[in-house]
Design a protein around this ligand. Structure first.
Ligand code: FES
Length: 285
């Protein structure tokens, strides 16, 4: 059993949960994830390890409640337990001395970005962070990320905070300024955002790493559910990733794979009580 130490709401349906898991806290590296189960035989949910404290023996997970199981996870209050937390899984982020690095986070991708930005800054890189969301209430971790960033730029689609528009517009400005142009870009967020960032940096030859989010079931490279295409080869995000060279990722393949499960998700939503269904549909939009 894995005790929930804290459970805070960061944004609408986005929670930060601190879990007691000393072995994982000691072994994990930035970019790795765990698979969580709420109950015996329950659905397995992959979650990036946002942070860890070896002293406290805890890991921090950021969870967006977009389905029945994730809703169950965020409903667990401090003091109660999660049934299973397995990990750390996946390859750690490639932390190198790039020089100037732009860390781009969209929506909950900002939480996944957090440990990477921290590790990059600790390795001596100059980090510029650009985070975006639909509106001000969906912008998370701006203050925490500012501790590791030379600057944090915020964009919102409705203009309620920071620049009105998308993270890619802010990145273009960064690239256009020779004194601020990044040597590497890490982009984590919705597939269209990562694809646009990769296309934007391609002509400039800027190394671009993206974190892919296909369906993960076993997390051990056995089931094939997380397969993606990178550089014309099949890779498994759970053991070969989740981070890959954005210029080599086949984003059409990824989008098609993700769309495969939309019908199944819709059927599951239909089975939920009306009030919970309304909340989840709102979050998905
Ligand atoms: S989740 Fe099964 S192979 Fe990756």
């Amino acid at each position: 059993m894995f005790e929930v130490i804290r459970n805070d709401i960061l944004a609408p349906n986005v929670h930060r949960m601190v879990i007691r898991a000393p072995r994982i806290a000691k072994a994990r590296k930035p970019g790795q994830f765990v698979i969580v189960r709420v109950e015996e035989g329950g659905e397995r949910i992959p979650l990036t390890i946002g942070d860890a404290s070896t002293k406290e023996g805890t890991i921090t997970l950021f969870i967006q409640a977009v389905g029945l199981t994730s809703q169950k996870i965020v409903s667990i209050p401090a003091g109660l337990d999660l049934k299973d937390v397995a990990g750390p899984l996946g390859q750690p982020t490639e932390i190198k001395s790039w020089g100037r690095v732009a860390c781009i986070g969209g929506g909950l991708g900002t939480a996944v970005l957090y440990p990477t930005a921290k590790a990059l800054q600790e390795t001596g890189n100059e980090v510029t962070t650009i985070i975006g969301g639909r509106s001000a209430s969906y912008i998370i971790l701006a203050e925490e990320l500012s501790a590791f960033s030379r600057e944090v730029q915020i964009t919102t689609e409705d203009g309620s905070l920071g620049r009105k528009g998308f993270v890619t517009e802010e990145l273009q400005d960064l690239i256009d300024d020779p004194a601020r142009r990044p040597h590497a870009v890490i982009a984590i967020g919705p597939v269209p955002m990562m694809r646009t960032v990769a296309e934007l940096t391609r002509p400039y030859g800027i190394k671009t790493i993206v974190s892919l989010n296909p369906l993960i079931i076993d997390g051990t490279g056995m089931c094939g559910s997380c397969r993606v295409e990178v550089g014309g080869e099949t890779k498994f995000a759970c053991v070969d990733g989740p981070e890959f060279d954005g210029h080599l990722v086949n984003f059409d393949f990824l989008s098609n794979r993700l769309a495969t499960y939309h019908e199944e998700e819709a059927r599951m939503l239909e089975q939920l009580p009306a009030n919970l269904r309304a909340r989840l549909v709102q979050v998905k939009r």
